[in-house]
Design a protein around this ligand. Structure first.
Ligand SMILES: [Zn+2]
Length: 121
């Protein structure tokens, strides 16, 4: 039989080791539980983030569609009633200009200087 290793606790060595293991075990279990909670929360957060992004993207898309529809209606060509007046930017030495040209016929507007209020669509 091997001689039990002596330490300051002498006879209590095995008992305290068991206690220590129990304590470690408890600690580990607590840590695992905490990690599980953290992961769960992370997943939830991530899920919400993804949901937010998806919702935002959907909203943006819907808005972009609505806007482009509105713009198409607004810039509808009065000559052919089929196309719309597309924005055509023209860069010149004296600044940025633009005109609008129908996507279906030859109807186009005069060249105008671009201002900050110019609708570029
Ligand atoms: Zn037209």
């Amino acid at each position: 039989m091997p001689k039990p290793r002596k330490n300051t606790r002498g006879e209590k060595s095995d008992f305290s080791r068991e206690e220590k293991l129990k304590f470690e075990n408890k600690k580990l279990k607590r840590e695992v539980a905490q990690l599980r909670r953290t992961i769960k929360k992370m997943d939830v957060d991530r899920y919400h983030n993804i949901q937010d992004i998806v919702n935002q993207t959907r909203e943006d898309e819907a808005e972009a569609k609505a806007t482009s529809k509105k713009m198409l209606a607004k810039w509808k060509c009065h000559e052919c009633s089929e196309g719309h007046m597309a924005y055509v930017p023209v860069s010149r030495k004296d600044g940025m200009f633009y005109y609008r040209k129908c996507t279906e016929c030859d109807n186009r507007t005069k060249m105008k200087k671009e201002t900050k209020d110019t609708e570029k669509s």
